[in-house]
Design a protein around this ligand. Structure first.
Ligand code: ATP
Ligand code: MN
Length: 477
């Protein structure tokens, strides 16, 4: 008898055949005439129902089959008597692999997300988190498929980096030095020559700079790896460790970059709708329940599935930063002084402004371009009006999901801009050299993977879309 997963049995099991199922007990009901056990093995959101005749088993066994216990069951697949599923298993043999003691925290009732964050070692066993993790998997796979099908190459950029030009101040130091006995220079400063790499090193905040080197050789590359930012912003959209996808393409101008970003996001949402139907149906209902508990004016206009379908069937709105500032200045919340942060040409947009544009003004994803030079990174291609060829993609419920740009391909301009913002030329000599040896127009962007998973699952806190979140003062699991 072959062991198959519950997903396979529910989808294509033949009535009358023998089956083995193994999994964790979600609920157990019944008593004298018959026992019912709902079992889940993580392969699908759906449980399989086990029916067992108490006369065939020890009474003690029934007491051991509690929520959270892990069991082995062999039996016959029969047509379901109840409404829910099409098939169920009539148990012939039951074995308990692992009891769940009475303090098992996940009882068959709704637990708050905050409570579950403290049980991160067990929360993947809940319906909500298993659905999120399966969707997270599918989206990862879809990302590789999308780029592979388009002829992009997956480039592995380093996680330990010696350049700090992107994230000055928000990087995690990597060192093997003894913190209690640091080697010092004569002037009292720390002597990093003594450190493992012979220089200061950090965890990467982005694979972009190395990604550009790849694009200048392979043409079309993407990275997909972990990135680290020690920003102390305890928001619902920031993690200290998150995953980022960064395509970088030779000969792409900003417009091509926008087209790629839009096609990419729509492809991923469509992929999830096609491949994660059961999980999304579950999350759609969950989302609707959550919305009902909110005040009327805070409720989202669309349900989760409606929102996802809307995003794949409508073009994104494209406008410049300057146009966005004009719209914001004419907006009701600005006039009524309801924005917390200033709206002024030259000042960066805050989440409240981005969400106004996306959720109130256009009611769809927006791509903003051509930001003031001063508020964007040094490597972005300069226009001649004090702006750079940057683009941010903003989506409903989240705000910024993608940040990207056409890159400055002119050696002098790039070098001067780096100098202006105080970047140590020596640490990025290799980056600058790409503009000396066969430079080319090129563009790329970074998609925050967890923000994508938030959007697709409808979860509103980024801590709930990654198995083990890393945030300030939190690295328990
Ligand atoms: P934000 O303004 O939201 O902090 P950013 O401008 O710092 O974003 P980029 O440096 O452009 O972001 O990074 C590219 C993408 O990575 C962002 O669009 C976002 O999706 C994601 N991202 C950035 N910082 C974080 C973080 N701390 N946690 C999770 N995702 C992040
Ligand atoms: Mn940031």
């Amino acid at each position: 008898m072959k062991t198959v997963c519950i997903k396979e049995i529910l989808e294509k099991g033949t009535i009358g055949t023998s089956v083995i199922v193994r999994g964790w007990v979600r609920t157990k009901r019944g008593g004298k005439p018959v026992w019912f056990i709902d079992l889940n093995d993580g392969s699908t959101i759906n449980n399989i129902q086990i029916v067992a005749d108490p006369l065939r088993f020890d009474a003690e066994l029934f007491g051991n089959i509690t929520t959270g216990a892990c069991v082995f069951i062999s039996g016959e697949l029969i047509a379901s008597q109840g409404g829910g599923q099409s098939v169920e298993v009539e148990a012939q043999k039951i074995e308990v692999y692992g009891l769940a003691s009475s303090d098992y925290p996940l009882q068959p009732k709704r637990h708050s997300l905050e409570f579950l964050r403290e049980k991160a070692h067990l929360r993947p066993r809940t319906a909500t988190f298993s659905a999120i993790l399966r969707i997270r998997h599918s989206l990862s796979f879809a990302i590789h498929k999308f780029y592979n099908d388009k002829g992009f190459f997956y480039l592995h950029t380093p996680i330990i980096t010696g350049s700090d030009c992107e994230g000055a101040g928000e990087m995690f130091r990597v060192t093997t030095m003894d913190m209690n006995n640091l080697p010092k220079n004569e002037d009292g400063s720390i002597n990093y020559k003594e450190d493992f790499f012979g220089k200061e090193t950090n965890l990467t905040v982005s694979g972009q700079l190395e990604g550009e080197l790849g694009a200048m050789a392979l043409g079309k590359i993407y990275t997909f790896g972990p990135t680290f930012r020690s920003e102390n912003s305890n928001t619902a959209r920031h993690l200290a460790e998150f995953w980022m996808i960064e395509p970088e393409v030779a000969f792409f101008e900003l417009e091509d970059n926008m087209d790629l970003a839009e096609e990419f996001l729509q492809y991923l949402v469509k992929y999830a709708l096609e491949h994660c139907k059961d999980d999304l149906d579950f999350l759609d209902k969950r989302n609707a329940d959550e919305e009902k508990m909110k005040k009327k004016e805070d409720q989202a206009e669309m349900g989760l599935l409606e929102r996802l379908n809307f995003v794949i069937s409508n073009r994104f709105e494209r406008l410049t930063y300057t146009e966005a500032i004009e719209i914001l200045k004419k907006s009701k919340p600005f006039q009524k002084k309801q924005f917390k942060f200033p709206v002024e040409w030259g000042v960066d947009l805050q989440s409240e402004h981005e969400r106004y544009l996306v959720e109130k003004e256009f009611k769809k994803p927006v791509i903003l371009t051509n930001y003031p030079t001063a508020i964007k990174s040094f490597y972005m291609k300069q226009n001649d009006d004090g702006t750079v060829r940057a683009m941010d993609v903003l989506i409903p419920g989240i705000g910024e999901i993608i940040g990207g740009s056409q890159r400055e391909d002119n050696y002098e301009k790039l070098k001067n801009r780096a100098l202006e913002v105080g970047i140590d030329q020596e640490s990025i000599w290799w980056y600058l050299e790409t503009r000396k040896f066969g430079t080319a127009p090129h563009s790329g962007f970074g998609l925050g993977f967890e923000r994508l998973v938030m959007f697709v699952t409808g979860m509103s806190n980024i801590r709930d879309v990654i198995p083990f979140p890393r945030t300030p003062k939190n690295a328990e699991f």
